[in-house]
Design a protein around this ligand. Structure first.
Ligand code: MLT
Length: 392
């Protein structure tokens, strides 16, 4: 037998596993140090009370014959899909409930969606990039090309008409750079995708952090329904990193190669995915209730305040950065011309603060570093004091 030799083309470790390993080694060697982790974008605030109540009620339902649920619908229960469609409506975007697939998170969907596309399609990602888009397509043996996000374009790569791509991953607000596309920029990507018969896989996992008039959804752009699939997640919006729930929207009119992509994804999910559990879907629906949205907003505001604290310190230090205003991520230039892994080690050794080296997100991440605002207020302010003490 042979293994899938495309795995030989992957970098040896998943970025966040590498960061965790190095951090754990440091912790073992320095038990006296209080490490502050602003690396992986994992939330620290608990789930909103209304969400936990709904989940408990969902568990109670499983206790009785009359209310017990077995296999859920492959695409999610209607009341959850209706709630998500209502959420889109609240920011002026029309998405129909029957176009929504409830999932166990955007990470799985962004890695699995290419199952419906041929292996010889060319995949375009921006550089720097969330490593899952790259690794999932390397595993499938696809060719990957990169659109450069850099300081000159404010880390918002734009399409190059001379290059032909078939599958395009966009993430806005971006992981890792925190930069968000404007409507005008997204229009250019939609026009490019339509012209090239390509499909945009649009990762909107951080849309709830948008504070300006940047679009919250690719479907705010005319023509996107004919060329885009949108993925979203409750991980960052509502603290579901451990609970796991997300959703993917595939417009019914999105066809390629004589096939409905909605129908293909339904076929794929029915074969390989058995849906999201009843208690979790009850919890997800509660997120989108009026009270749920009010409660999660308090958490989002808390993280935004942390982002503002980090941004203010970088302003004070005169360090170049993107993100922070529309995003929980702050993407900064490493001080003193340090490489990103060099800065990671420096910060860990001298301040016991963990971030994510930009280089792990692609070659354009060299010399950059990502901090997250998902820590506690106390730890974030403490980390910033320690960083300032090193550089002032
Ligand atoms: C990140 O830190 O980039 C994210 O938490 C990773 C993820 O969402 O999988």
């Amino acid at each position: 037998m042979k293994i899938n030799h495309h795995f030989d083309n992957l970098v040896p470790n998943y970025l966040f596993a590498d960061v965790a390993r190095k951090t754990n080694e440091f912790a073992a060697a320095h038990p006296e140090k209080e490490i502050i982790r602003l690396g992986i974008g994992d939330v620290t605030l608990p789930l909103a009370p209304i969400v936990v109540d709904a989940m408990k009620k969902g568990c109670e339902d499983l206790k009785y014959k009359e209310t017990f649920r077995g296999y859920p619908e492959y695409e999610g229960y209607d009341f959850v899909r209706e709630a998500i469609a209502g959420y889109y409506k609240s920011f002026g975007v029309t998405v129909h409930a029957d176009e929504i697939f409830v999932s166990d998170g955007a990470k799985s969907d962004c890695g699995n969606l290419p199952d419906i596309f041929a292996q010889d399609n060319t995949v375009l990602v921006t550089d720097p990039v969330y490593p899952v888009y790259v690794d999932a397509n390397i595993m499938a043996g696809r060719r990957i090309i990169y659109a450069s996000s850099n300081r000159d374009n404010h880390f918002l790569a734009m399409p190059d008409e001379s290059i032909k791509a078939d599958i395009i991953y966009l993430c806005s607000p971006n992981n890792p750079t925190g930069a968000a596309y404007s409507a005008k920029q997204l229009k250019a990507w939609v026009a490019y995708a339509l012209k090239n018969n390509a499909v945009i896989l649009y990762d909107a996992a951080y849309e709830a952090f948008i504070a300006d008039d940047s679009p919250r959804s690719i479907f705010a752009i005319d023509g996107a329904r004919e060329c885009a699939i949108e993925l979203c997640s409750l991980s960052k919006t509502a603290g579901f990193t451990g609970t796991r729930c997300g959703y993917t929207v595939i417009p019914k009119e999105l066809n390629r190669d004589g096939h409905s992509l909605h129908a293909l994804w339904y076929r794929r999910q029915a074969t390989k995915f058995n849906g999201v559990s009843w208690p979790v879907q009850c919890a997800a629906a509660a997120v989108f209730s009026d009270e749920g949205l009010r409660q999660i907003q308090a958490n989002l505001d808390y993280y935004k305040q942390n982002a503002a604290i980090i941004s203010a310190a970088l302003d004070e230090l005169g360090v170049y950065y993107t993100g922070g205003n529309n995003s929980p991520y702050i993407w900064l230039e490493c001080p003193g011309d340090m490489g990103s892994w060099q800065f990671f080690d420096y910060l860990l050794q001298n301040a016991a603060v963990v971030g994510t080296p930009g280089e792990g997100f692609g070659k354009n991440g060299k010399g950059y570093f990502r901090l997250t605002s998902f820590g506690s207020y106390e730890k974030t302010t403490e980390a910033i004091e320690r960083i300032k003490a090193l550089f002032i």
